[in-house]
Design a protein around this ligand. Sequence first.
Ligand code: NAD
Ligand code: MG
Length: 393
Amino acid sequence: MQQITILGATGSIGVSTLDVLARHPDRYSVYALSAHSRVDELAAQCAQFRPARAVVGDAASAQKLTALLRAQGLNTEVEYGEAALCAIASAPEVDAVMAAIVGAAGLAPSLAAARAGKKILLANKEALVMSGQLFIDAVQENGATLLPIDSEHNAIFQCLPHAYARAPGASGVAKILLTASGGPFLTRDVDTLDAVTPEQACKHPNWSMGRKISVDSATMMNKGLEVIEAHWLFGAPAEQIEVVIHPQSVIHSMVSYVDGSVLAQLGNPDMRTPIANALAYPERIDSGVAQLDLTAIATLQFTRPDYARFPCLALAFAALKTGGTAPALLNAANEVAVQAFLERRIGFRDIDRVIAHVMDAVPHYAADSIAVVMAQDALARASATSYLNGMMR
Ligand code: NAD
Ligand code: MG
């Protein structure tokens, strides 16, 4: 029996993870769940999955959760805050940690899981984008296992040889081909993009996801973060990673080899497939996802990305090439800008303007320690906030 902690249990990935776990009560039990503020949902999950521990964002939420649980006769231990998140990610009872908190808030607990040598199922791409080599070092030095949940990276993982050791050349890999749907604005008149609403930006054609990653998909910053994520996960330089627009989201990504072979992983766009793959790896288990019917899909299309339409993609490639703390600055500026867009404080195209400003205004350094990364994250947030406040005046 494997004991699982889910960080971000009430989110889109968290809920899909619990759906897969519920299909295999003989293999998995839930050790701990976390949520930031959706206390009612977390209480319902605790009633169904009976974790030993539950973590929320603050004392008031913890008090409310405790009352809800005790009223149902549940004695789940309730805690709150970052130290508690790190504790449920690293507890000796835990075999695997689903890292599914959105944004930089997931870095500390994901890193705690790495330092404790856990199996980490990584959905929280922002954590890896920010900390890069520091995260990979923590995984390797502590004998942790890092398995990608992002559908593209899980696809690439499946298309690489089993003994792959983060050295593309040694395995005959020519290129990593990251597919991208292009999001809801792939063909919309570029001149009308400034007027799009958060609702339109969050209406992804193929995937149902949290609001932040949905906006990232509309700007294609999501693909940019994924390029950086692929660089760290697979040890591939930027030149070896290519983005291909594939609007159907049936091919989740590909690996091309020096002999001309291209291996692809296909499936219906449902995150339960990569979640089940990583949970059971190297075995295979039922995920609840229907088998792919290629004849019903009939057509698969591919085009090159348009960097003028999607400047965030170019900004992300530039940050990867710059290196050091540049990806951490990019990520922090993006989080602030997306939040402001979701709150209708800035327009859609202002997102890339804010990020470009921060990348110019804040100097980057070598990413020597998590403390440096966190200091740069804070500087980028301050710079982004003051710039967008100026925009609104
Ligand atoms: P979501 O917004 O649906 O859920 C986010 C979860 O994080 C919630 O449980 C929330 O309670 C928690 N959370 C939010 N802010 C927090 C904070 N400050 N401290 C602690 N917890 C906090 O997001 P999601 O779509 O499930 O995405 C989660 C992560 O997975 C993101 O990094 C995203 O990029 C990645 N991802 C998601 C998908 C998808 O299909 N949804 C696909 C690939 C990767
Ligand atoms: Mg993805």
